[in-house]
Design a protein around this ligand. Structure first.
Ligand code: RET
Length: 284
């Protein structure tokens, strides 16, 4: 009974002003497509954690270990993130402002996703930066810009006062994203050549850039943006991208690190090995 009511709520976009966490939980579970997009990630994150711990059992070089720890954090944050979403804890129904395609309707907003991206995506960047032999300045800039991107993306999703301001937040988030893309594509690509890790770095760079570009596209097309796609389809798009951008990415990276621990150790210890000019930079 409750589940039928919840399904009606989700389909009709009509929800009571204040929904309890249980009602949100029921609404999420009653939409099989939506719920499956979340549960599959919990299962895959759990398996990835076990696999990655096993893969890293004999890694001894500190730099390789740090790459492992950062990468292992990705499925750990993910399993927490998706548990928050399936339980209804980090999902809200928000009334869209005038101007939005679903103006006046309550739209399911999985804000926990954007919040937890602020923890998981820096880990991906730290692992990539260490692999490329980044100096501290570039690593710091990439991580801070990335957190800025996620937090302003969260603001875009949570703004209900003005349709225009939702897109202003979106634009700010994209500006941060450009900084991250620049470091990945220009700075670290060059550093990785010097560090001798260019082959694997370039593979992971392409995978990361292509997939990460999908996130703002699906946000814009999803219910929170132009509402061309419905909530469950958008959720599957994010979940599908997450599977490749997190678990496959992490697996490829860690497998390479295990097989090339010597190369990783040779990326001169101490950040800064990749800085141009050869001399130790003063920013460390
Ligand atoms: C948002 C909307 C606002 C504009 C931009 C976005 C970019 C999000 C990205 C997310 C990547 C997430 C990953 C998660 C893995 O755990 C916030 C969707 C630019 C790039 C890889």
């Amino acid at each position: 009974m409750i589940e039928t009511a919840a399904a009606d709520i989700l389909a009709g976009g009509m929800v009571p002003l204040e929904m309890t966490q249980t009602q949100i939980f029921e609404a999420v579970q009653s939409d099989t497509l939506l719920a499956s997009s979340l549960w599959i990630n919990i299962a895959l994150a759990g398996l990835s954690i076990l696999l990655f711990v096993y893969m890293g059992r004999n890694v001894e070089d500190p730099r390789a270990q740090l790459i492992f720890v950062a990468t292992l954090m990705v499925p750990l944050v993910s399993i927490s993130s998706y548990t928050g979403l399936v339980s209804g804890l980090t999902v809200s129904f928000l009334e869209m402002p005038a101007g939005h395609a679903l103006a006046g309707q309550e739209v399911l907003t999985p804000w926990g996703r954007y919040l937890t991206w602020a923890l998981s995506t820096p880990m991906i960047l730290i692992a990539l930066g260490l692999l490329a032999g980044s100096n501290t300045t570039k690593l710091f800039t990439a991580v801070v810009a990335d957190i800025g991107m996620c937090v302003t993306g969260l603001a875009a999703a949570l703004t209900t006062s003005s349709y225009l301001l939702r897109w202003v937040w979106y634009a700010i988030s994209c500006a941060f994203f450009v900084v991250v893309l620049y470091i990945l594509l220009a700075e670290w690509a060059e550093d990785a050549e010097i560090a001798g890790t260019a082959d694997i770095f370039n593979t992971l760079k392409v995978l990361t850039v292509v997939l990460w570009l999908g996130y703002p596209i699906f946000w814009a097309l999803g219910a929170e943006g132009l509402a061309v796609l419905d909530v469950a389809i958008t959720s599957w798009a994010y979940s599908g991208m997450d599977i490749v951008a997190k678990y496959l990415f992490a697996f490829l990276l860690l497998r390479w690190v295990v097989n090339n621990e010597r190369t990783v150790a040779d990326v001169a210890s101490g950040l800064g090995s990749g800085s141009r000019g050869g001399a130790a930079p003063a920013d460390d």
